[in-house]
Write a protein that binds this ligand. Structure first.
Ligand SMILES: O=C1O[C@H](COP(=O)(O)O)[C@@H](O)[C@H](O)[C@H]1O
Length: 254
C-alpha cells in the first residue's frame, strides 16, 4: 500500500458528495492561508458535479475568498461551448452561485471548444499555453501552475479525465495536455490533462460512486500490479497524497 494513499468510504452518493464539498472548502481555505490563493482542478462526472452542487449549497461558502481561487479542468468534451456535455457547463451549478461571492471569472480556465478550435489538438496546445502562462504569473518553475487539489471522476472502465484504458492518451508522454480522438465513451473528441500534468498536483482526489465502479476500483487499489495504460486510475497520484473518496457501493470490491 502506498503510504500516501488514503481511502475514505461514505455510505452513499449524497453523503460522499457532501463530504467532498466540505473537504474542498477546507482545502481551499488552507491553501489560501498558506499562499494567499488556491487552485483547484475540477472534474465532470456524476459525483464530481454532485459535489460542486453541494459546495454551492454549503453554509461554509462564505469562508472562502472566491476572488482568489483559480479553477481549471482535468478534461473536457470537445464540443460547442454551450453544450450540456461540457464539464465546464455542468460546473455552472457552482460557478453561477460563486459569481455572487466574488468569483473572478478571469481565474476560471475552461478548456477550448469547437467554437474556437478546429481540432482537440489545437485546443490542447492552447490550454497548455494557458497553464504555462499561469505558472509564469505565479512564479512557479516549469510549465504547470500549482494545483492544490485535482479532482478526478473514474469511469467503470477505470478511465480518469479522458485517459482511457489501452487508448493513445494513456500512453502519451511529453505533453501536458492532449487531444483525444475516438473516445470509447461519447462524445468521441475530447481534451485531457496527461498523466504528467495530473501527477504534478499536490493532492489528487478520485471521487467515485456507484456499484458499476466497484470492479475498476478494486483493481486499481488491489495488490496485483497493473499498468496505468491498462488501468488509468491506478496511475494517478498527488505529490502530497492521493485520496480515494468513495461511496460504499463503489468500494465493495476493495
Ligand atoms: O467522461 C467522463 O467521465 C468521467 C466519469 O463520469 P461518471 O459519470 O461515470 O462519474 C468523468 O470523471 C470525466 O471528467 C468525464 O469527462
Amino acid at each position: 500500500m502506498n503510504a500516501k494513499r488514503h481511502v475514505v468510504i461514505h455510505p452513499d452518493l449524497p453523503s460522499t458528495a457532501a463530504a467532498i464539498a466540505a473537504r474542498l472548502i477546507t482545502a481551499i481555505i488552507d491553501a489560501q492561508a498558506a499562499r494567499g490563493e488556491a487552485s483547484v482542478v475540477l472534474t465532470g462526472g456524476t459525483l464530481g458535479i454532485a459535489s460542486l452542487a453541494q459546495v454551492a449549497a454549503s453554509p461554509a461558502l462564505s469562508a472562502v475568498n472566491w476572488s482568489r481561487v483559480n479553477i481549471y479542468w482535468g478534461d473536457e468534451r470537445f464540443v460547442e461551448s454551450g453544450s450540456a456535455d461540457r464539464n465546464a457547463v455542468q460546473a455552472e451549478v457552482l460557478l453561477s452561485v460563486l459569481d455572487g461571492h466574488g468569483l473572478d471569472r478571469g481565474r476560471v480556465h475552461a478548456m477550448g471548444s469547437t467554437d474556437d478550435f478546429g481540432t482537440p489538438e489545437e485546443a490542447a496546445v492552447a490550454y497548455a499555453n494557458v497553464l504555462a502562462d499561469e505558472a509564469s504569473n505565479e512564479g512557479t518553475a516549469g510549465e504547470l501552475p500549482i494545483f492544490d487539489v485535482l479532482m478526478l471522476g473514474m469511469g467503470p472502465d477505470s478511465h480518469v479525465a479522458s485517459l482511457f484504458p489501452d487508448h493513445a492518451g494513456a500512453a502519451t508522454t511529453g505533453a501536458k495536455v492532449i487531444g483525444v480522438h475516438a473516445s470509447p465513451k461519447p462524445p468521441p473528441l475530447r481534451v485531457s490533462l496527461s498523466f504528467e500534468a495530473i501527477n504534478s498536483a499536490r493532492a489528487v482526489w478520485l471521487v467515485v460512486a456507484g456499484a458499476d465502479k466497484a470492479p475498476a476500483a478494486g483493481v486499481a487499489l488491489g495488490q496485483t500490479p497493473v499498468t496505468r495504460e491498462r488501468v488509468p486510475a491506478s496511475g494517478v497520484s498527488g505529490t502530497t497524497g492521493t485520496w480515494w473518496l468513495l461511496d460504499a457501493a463503489a468500494a465493495a470490491l476493495i
